[in-house]
Design a protein around this ligand. Structure first.
Ligand code: PLP
Length: 398
């Protein structure tokens, strides 16, 4: 038995009990091997529609080779934080590559996307400022905003009228030195895309700083370069933040922007200053991932082909797949318990998808979320559709 102080034990017992009674405590499945298009859990193979591994890069042989070679050359760890002596030439190469890929002057790499939002927002915004934040923004944006101690003003999801009103009010109040608008580029639960053209019009009118978190847009939109590129706005958006862990298949986060912004973040963003740098292996694998995307459009093409095919087939058999504009494919069921039961049955039948319910999405819009990837074959998708048909009929959903 591990020692626990009585007050901690009381807190944990009550907290865990509360979570379990509300159905908010989830057990974690363990994969026996790699997170590819097929996965093995408890010795059983499943078609994997739950990862963020959009392009199949997490298990790509060329990325693995690049990671191994960099590990041989530089070692497994960077040895220090970036500002002491943990900046290796592979980090500089990665940042140059990211900037070029994003169409910006410079870029800064962090150890994760979450870290990046914690560090970058609070390096620029402070208690004299206000941040307009889309109501469906990612948890790491919410926490990054809180950490900055700026006034946080929630904007209704993708509601441009609400954004304009709140931007006007914030700017005209004279209460704030700077006002930022922060949004996901692609919203991860519905797959809809931020209205970048309208956002930039409003931003220019009210002199807003614009921060786009493109975790789900990079490697997917704009030929892989992301949401901002898709809208032709690479030279206008202040912060193009993203993750190296989703379509790029590895781990890490970044901001791409002006040289001055990146210089500032490199001297002020606390996770950059006080947490050890990305591993050399991860850095090299990301460089290879960008190389592959730049020289071969078939990865992104195949992702979209698979996603479009899968969406069409789900719709044909009668499912509500919402209004996604990207490969993210929700199957909306409504009731939270139904969503959980539906996911359980799909998994039982060999299709691995997770339920997503309140509070991650609004009450009464429970769903399972599918992430078809470039690495799935048509046979895998057809097999998954058959299971969807079977389980949907059994549960009287379709
Ligand atoms: C996943 C995600 C992150 C976090 O990225 P990690 O690299 O996994 O830490 C940040 N923002 C958004 C919108 C995300 O979807």
């Amino acid at each position: 038995m591990s020692y626990m102080s009585p007050s901690l034990e009381k807190f944990l017992d009550e907290g865990l009990e509360d979570l379990k009674s509300k159905g908010l405590y989830s057990t974690i499945d363990v994969l026996d091997g790699a997170n590819g298009p097929l996965i093995e859990i408890n010795g059983e193979e499943k078609i994997n529609l739950a990862s963020n591994n959009y392009l199949g890069f997490a298990t790509h042989p060329e990325l693995i080779k690049a990671a191994n070679e960099a590990t041989e050359k530089y070692g497994v760890g960077a040895g220090a934080v970036r500002t002491i002596n943990g900046t290796l030439s592979i980090h500089r190469e990665l940042e140059e590559k990211l900037a070029k890929f994003k169409g910006t002057e410079a870029a800064i790499a962090f150890q994760s996307g979450f870290n990046c939002n914690m560090g970058a927002i609070s390096a620029v915004m402070n208690k004299d400022d206000a941040i307009l934040s889309d109501s469906l923004n990612h948890a790491s944006i919410i926490d990054g905003c809180r950490l900055s101690r700026a006034k946080i003003i929630r904007v209704n999801h993708s509601d441009m009228k609400d954004l304009e009103e709140k931007a006007k009010e914030a700017v005209e109040s004279g209460l704030y030195k700077k006002v930022m608008y922060i949004t996901d580029g692609v919203f991860s639960m519905d797959g809809d895309v931020a209205k970048m053209t309208e956002i930039m019009e409003i931003a220019e009118k009210y002199n807003l700083i614009v921060y786009v978190d493109d975790a789900h847009g990079s490697g997917v939109l704009g030929g892989g370069a992301g949401t901002v590129k898709e809208f032709g706005l690479s030279h206008k958006v202040d912060f193009q933040m993203g993750t190296l862990s989703k379509a790029l298949g590895v781990v890490g986060g970044y901001v791409a922007g002006s040289q001055k912004l990146i210089d500032w973040l490199k001297s002020q963003a606390r996770p950059f200053l006080f947490s050890t740098s990305l591993t050399p292996g991860a850095s090299a694998a990301v460089i290879k991932a960008i190389d592959l995307m730049e020289t071969d459009s078939s990865y992104v093409d195949r992702l979209w082909e698979n996603a479009n095919y899968f969406k069409e087939e789900l719709q044909k058999i009668g499912y509500d797949i919402g209004h996604s504009e990207t490969p993210i494919t929700p199957v909306i069921l409504g009731d939270e318990k139904v969503a959980q039961e539906f996911s359980r049955k799909l998994i039982e039948n060999g299709v691995y998808v997770k339920p997503i319910v309140f509070p991650t999405v609004p009450l009464g819009t429970g769903r399972v979320r599918n992430m078809p990837t470039a690495a799935h074959t048509k046979e895998m998708l057809d097999k998954a559709i058959k299971v969807y048909e079977k389980v949907g009929k059994e549960m009287n959903i379709i």
